[in-house]
Ligand binder design. Structure first.
Ligand code: DX5
Ligand code: ZN
Length: 215
């Protein structure tokens, strides 16, 4: 399967958010990656439901919504209504992760689970068959433009083995510090989806950056 690119709107100029969305729509990118932060689960606050609802009108491609919030269960249907197609919750934020995954799917979305750099992929084994996307955080969540954590390659390998063992079809998504310097090796190791914030919207030519990272 060819890989998917999901540019992260977190690194876009929020005063020009509509233009960033249209840029993704007209590009080779597959998904919009949308980072929601609450200032509690992560030490930063980004944007939330009304912003997603506004930009949804300007987009046809799937919205890959990454919730970096505590108590995500409270907001599952609200994010569905705002326009999320894939809703990703953090393993570390869910006491009853299996229930959260089922609730996301019952709401009609694809279910994603993200894990922080310190969390072992082995902890996902018992839910992996029910998960559509595993988001491996390759930085500590909260900010764009951070340095890629090299240990991520080993986590991709380990996750691939668990995927085979459990019969899961989950896509492996890499989030944080992804750019032209590591994209090729990530894909060769087994990444299915690359998230790219700073390496797209921080580039002199974001359109060209998407073309390179999506190919
Ligand atoms: C980090 C977010 C990422 C972020 C990635 O907490 O989950 O999606 O936007 O940004 P870059 O690609 O700049 O590391
Ligand atoms: Zn993200």
């Amino acid at each position: 399967m060819p890989h998917l690119l999901a540019p992260s709107l977190l690194s876009a100029d929020f005063a020009e958010l509509g233009n960033a969305v249209r840029l993704i729509e007209e590009s080779e990118a597959a998904w919009h990656h949308i980072d929601v932060m609450d200032g509690v689960f992560v030490p930063n606050i980004s944007f939330g439901l009304p912003v997603i609802k506004s930009i949804r009108k300007h987009a046809k491609k799937p919205f890959d919504v990454h919730l970096m919030i505590v108590e995500p269960d409270k907001y599952i249907t609200a994010f569905r209504d705002a326009g999320a197609d894939i809703l990703t919750v953090h393993y570390e934020a869910c006491t009853h992760l299996h229930r959260s995954i089922q609730a996301i799917k019952a709401a009609g979305m694809k279910a994603g689970v993200a894990i922080n750099p310190h969390t072992s992929v082995e902890l996902l084994a018992d839910v992996l068959a029910d998960v559509d996307v595993v988001c491996l955080m390759s930085v500590n969540p909260g900010f764009g433009g951070q340095k890629f954590i090299e240990r991520t390659y080993g986590k991709i390998e380990a996750l691939k083995a668990i995927r085979i063992r459990t019969g899961s079809k989950a896509l492996i998504e890499i989030d944080g510090g992804v750019g032209t310097e590591n994209a090729e090796q990530l894909l060769a190791t087994g990444a299915d989806v690359l998230v790219a914030g700073n390496s797209v919207f921080g580039a002199a030519d974001p359109r060209a950056a998407i073309a390179v990272l999506a190919s």
